[in-house]
Design a protein around this ligand. Structure first.
Ligand code: NAP
Length: 283
């Protein structure tokens, strides 16, 4: 077992396989998830469990967070049981959730005042990449803290890059997810157009997958369309959140704005389905 003690908060679609990589790499991990049933899979692998985020902070040197959004981050840091309530110093908190640069700046400052440090380290990649430790990880924060965190982040991803000051990781992630939203909508529109004109999804995707437009994303999401399988790997509600955050940061360009409106409208019906369920809007 390695000497650094780690903590993990947030065991959803991404958090569970990411936390599992730390356990596989022989780190001791203390976990917390709001819904207790989701803790079971990593407990079975050897994780210890804490009853509050503050307890995770007390028992760990480096604490990872992978939760939904800014509201969830406020919940994890705030209140009597939150991270900021723990009376400990020298901790490093690594927030891997896709959240606003503003909330990272707020908690980086509060952590520093309490004698702890904060990195924003959102990820590109989805369930499959998390399960295979092939995520792309973009980090904002102080360079010396990044150097300490890097070997642990390398257990989770194939590329770990320091992008700049606090919030820079979040900003890079919003740029990437703007492209993701546009690409998913583009794929959905192309398949629907072909279908309306008598070309099967399967034939069109065979053509695309053998063309210069082929990509891992098109392959995975194209297969999902063919299989009519919209089980969320990346829930549509999360792209609405990310495009909304990008809009707040000044993303007003034509395709990004249009994609934001399309997903917002679709989320009334499809929020908890996968992002590529946007296809259903066009058939
Ligand atoms: P998810 O499956 O919906 O899991 C969300 C996690 O956040 C759960 O552990 C949930 O706890 C927790 N949570 C939500 N609201 C909370 C609150 N108010 N207080 C405490 N905990 C709260 O989401 P995910 O797909 O793992 O995504 C997590 C983050 O990674 C998101 O920011 C997402 O945008 C980003 N991301 C996702 C993907 C992907 O492909 N899925 C890829 C890259 C980045 P409960 O279990 O109690 O609900």
């Amino acid at each position: 077992m390695k000497t650094i003690k780690t903590g993990w908060i947030g065991l959803g679609t991404m958090g569970t396989p990411m936390c599992s990589q730390l356990i596989k790499a022989q780190y001791s991990v203390t976990v917390y998830n709001r819904s207790k049933d989701k803790e079971q899979a990593v407990i079975a692998m050897g994780a210890a469990v804490a009853s509050t985020p503050a307890q995770v902070m007390e028992e760990s040197n480096i604490i990872f967070i992978m939760v939904s959004d800014d509201d969830a981050i406020n919940e994890i840091f705030g209140g009597d049981n939150g991270l900021l309530a723990a009376k400990v110093t020298g901790r490093i908190i690594i927030n891997m959730s896709s959240v606003s640069p503003g909330i990272s700046k707020k908690y980086a400052e509060l952590c520093k005042q309490a004698g702890n440090r904060y990195l924003d380290a959102p990820v590109s990649g989805s369930l499959k990449q998390a399960q295979e430790a092939q995520l792309v990880i973009m980090v904002g924060g102080e360079a010396d803290i990044f150097t300490i965190a890097k070997p642990l982040l390398e257990c989770l991803g194939k590329l770990v890059m320091h992008i700049g000051d606090t919030g820079a990781g979040n900003t890079a992630k919003l740029a990437i997810n703007t492209l993701l939203g546009i690409q998913a909508q583009g794929l959905a529109e192309a398949v629907a157009f072909a279908q309306h004109n008598g070309i099967s999804s399967s034939n069109l995707l065979t053509l695309i997958n053998n063309s210069a437009l082929a990509s891992p994303f098109v392959k995975i999401k194209g297969d999902a369309i063919i299989a009519n399988n919209f089980t969320p790997a990346f829930a549509l509600k999360h792209i609405v959140k990310d495009l909304g955050l990008a809009a707040n940061e000044g993303m007003t360009s034509p395709l990004g704005s249009m994609a934001y409106n399309t997903y917002k409208e679709a989320s009334e019906q499809l929020a908890d389905e996968d992002i590529i369920a946007i296809y259903k809007q066009f058939i």
